[in-house]
Ligand binder design. Structure first.
Ligand code: CUA
Length: 321
């Protein structure tokens, strides 16, 4: 099985995206990184240059006496204590300023509650009640206060272009702000090893205009439509009769469990399996036929559905726009 991903996101590319900041929070971190690199680079060149100069100029030569030895010069001692102190103080002040800009105090009520699970992300919009998985939508230019939880082990929420990374700790909510300067699709990853499928715990942050965001949120709040076609209706019946309902929720049906992703608007999402494959009919078929083959270790077992049953389920899930 090849791991086809819809977007050209390579692991190294993810890291390099910190060099393309796209939010005020990420810009402040990027700017600090540049200033620190310049300061440290200058120190490296000056110290390295002095060492190389001394090596060349004062190296031992036949018949030459030792150079003058200097010790206990108070002025020199004071200067080379004060200069490093001033550099450390400057770095401290710049860092404190950046922390204030990139990570301000959380809002009293979060706009978004994100929960890390092995190995997917749940996102709830408490103000509207919308629930999604692995795909977070935000309005452009609008800072969202995010509360971060974990359902099981330590995870780490990181969207390199938009914000700092922050750990999801079970039983200890953490907070960050997420914002995007322009519309776009941003890759988020889990950056703390959390088990077998840690590498496939991707999510997308989709920044869109306020109007598009409002329309999206409204659509997510609607209950799932009852399928009309024969095959899709059989798929719904199968979904409700099997243990699918023990883990998943579909608003508008009897399924309301919260172990796995909410599937109410599954078909509106771009990827499945937390980024392991594009959300296409063929990939969904493969997933339902044997999730373990697509994403080994995933908590969803192989239900040994027949091809006909899988087709019915796919037909049903495709109605969940
Ligand atoms: Cu979750 Cu790594």
């Amino acid at each position: 099985m090849e791991h086809s991903v819809a977007f050209p996101f390579l692991p190294i590319g993810t890291v390099l995206r910190v060099f393309a900041p796209d939010s005020p929070q990420a810009h402040s971190i990027f700017n600090l990184g540049i200033v620190v690199t310049i300061i440290l680079g200058t120190i490296f060149v000056l110290v390295g240059g002095a060492i190389v100069y001394a090596l060349m100029r004062f190296r031992w030569r036949e018949g030459e006496p030792d150079p003058d030895q200097l010790a206990g010069n108070k002025t020199v001692e004071i200067i080379w204590t004060l200069i490093p102190c001033a550099i450390v103080l400057a770095l401290f002040l710049l860092t404190a300023r950046t922390m204030g800009r990139s990570d301000p105090a959380p809002a009293p009520e979060p706009d978004l509650v994100v929960t890390g699970h092995q190995w997917w992300w749940e996102a709830r919009y408490p103000k509207s009640g919308a629930v999604v998985a692995n795909e977070i939508h935000i309005p452009v230019g609008n800072a969202f206060s995010v509360r971060l939880d974990s359902a099981d082990v330590l995870h780490e929420f990181w969207v390199p272009e938009l914000a700092r990374k922050i750990t999801a700790v079970p039983g200890h909510p953490n907070h960050l702000w997420i914002e995007a300067d322009k519309p776009g699709t941003y890759l988020g990853v889990c950056s703390e090893f959390c088990g077998t499928e840690h590498a496939w715990m991707h999510f997308l942050v989709i920044a869109q205009s306020q109007a598009e965001f409002d329309a999206w949120q409204k659509a997510q709040l609607a209950p799932a439509a009852t399928p009309v076609g024969d095959s899709a209706a059989k798929g719904l019946a199968l979904f409700q009769q099997t243990s699918c309902v023990n883990c998943h929720a579909i608003n508008g049906t009897s399924a309301n469990a919260g172990v796995g992703p909410d599937l109410t608007h599954f078909a509106s999402r771009r990827q499945l399996g937390a980024g392991i494959a594009e959300n296409t009919r063929a990939n969904l078929h493969r997933w339902l036929k044997d999730p373990q083959q697509v994403k080994p270790g995933v908590k969803m077992p192989d239900f040994k559905f027949t091809d006909e049953q899988v087709t019915q389920l796919v037909d049903y899930f495709e109605t969940l726009k």
